[in-house]
Design a protein around this ligand. Structure first.
Ligand SMILES: Nc1ncnc2c1ncn2[C@@H]1O[C@H](COP(=O)(O)OP(=O)(O)OP(=O)(O)O)[C@@H](O)[C@H]1O
Ligand SMILES: [Mg+2]
Length: 252
């Protein structure tokens, strides 16, 4: 069975892409076949993997090319990607005006991925709202919400939760929130600790163990490597490995 995980938060810079790429590579290292799809015009999944952005998502969603034509193998065995670039913004606009069914993105990506024996589809989304984001959420079996532990952290989470409730009630979404992932956690600052406690109070068991602020994660994008390649013995690698374990336990 193929599981689709969508990484979402309308707030920018909270660690969505870092989480999407690291989770995808982490699952691959545990023997899974994973397809990572970049649905953000910034095309940063490519950067972290040391690849060049290309209009894969646009060609899939607008030019009607089948998944088989836009999917790329990477030099990490069993990690496959559909990359994005600026043209994904055109796809966002087209989907906003086109009134395509909510299942459009799922049909384009997840159904053919399942035929291709992919274990996990990971959808990285952009920090905005619109039809493409909504279709990506609707396609998810589980939604993972990275959330930077700073001022007003819970606002972004609430916004996604409201959208999810609406697509559940009105469009019969069958997935669930996999978890809320606190990121940029700094155990030294009082603000970080207080925000984490506040998130815990509001979201209870949905809150996952935090990922600390780590300069090495920033270096990953510069080097074109995941944390498991750049510094596998770092605390960041260990914390993301825990997340991979959590996601794998959810499989059963
Ligand atoms: N835990 C962390 N500690 C320090 N830096 C981090 C951490 N997680 C991500 N970063 C860095 O912060 C920046 C933003 O992260 P990322 O691109 O993953 O966020 P995003 O939510 O995808 O952003 P956007 O909303 O623009 O798509 C990047 O430079 C990334 O390398
Ligand atoms: Mg991003």
């Amino acid at each position: 069975m193929t599981l689709t995980i969508t990484i979402a938060n309308q707030k920018g810079g909270v660690g969505k892409t870092t989480t999407a790429v690291t989770l995808a590579h982490g699952l691959v290292r545990k023997g899974k076949r994973v397809l990572l799809v970049d649905l953000d015009p910034q095309g940063q999944c490519a950067t972290i993997l040391g690849l060049k952005p290309e209009p894969g998502a646009f060609n899939l969603l607008v030019s009607e090319q089948p998944l088989g034509q836009v999917i790329r193998a990477t030099d990490r065995e069993n990690l496959f990607v559909v990359l994005g670039d600026r043209k994904t913004a055109v796809a966002q606009t087209v989907l906003n005006v086109q009134r395509s069914p909510i299942s459009f993105t799922q049909n384009k990506i997840c159904i053919p991925a399942a035929r291709d024996s992919i274990d996990y589809v990971i959808l990285d989304t952009s920090p905005s709202v619109g039809e493409l984001q909504e279709q990506a959420l609707w396609a998810a079996d589980g939604v993972l919400i990275p959330c930077a532990v700073d001022y007003l952290a819970s606002d972004g989470v609430f916004n996604i939760a409201i959208t999810l409730k609406r697509i559940h009630d009105e469009l019969k979404w069958k997935g669930r929130i996999l978890g809320i992932l606190p990121t940029f956690y700094d155990s030294v600052t009082r603000e970080s600790k207080a925000t984490l406690q506040d998130l815990q109070k509001r979201f209870g068991s949905l809150l996952l163990p935090p990922i600390h602020r780590a300069t090495v994660l920033r270096e990953c994008a510069v080097e074109g490597k995941t944390i498991f390649e750049l510094d596998p013995s770092s605390r960041a690698a260990e914390q993301y490995d825990q997340l991979v374990g959590f996601v794998k336990s959810w499989e059963k």
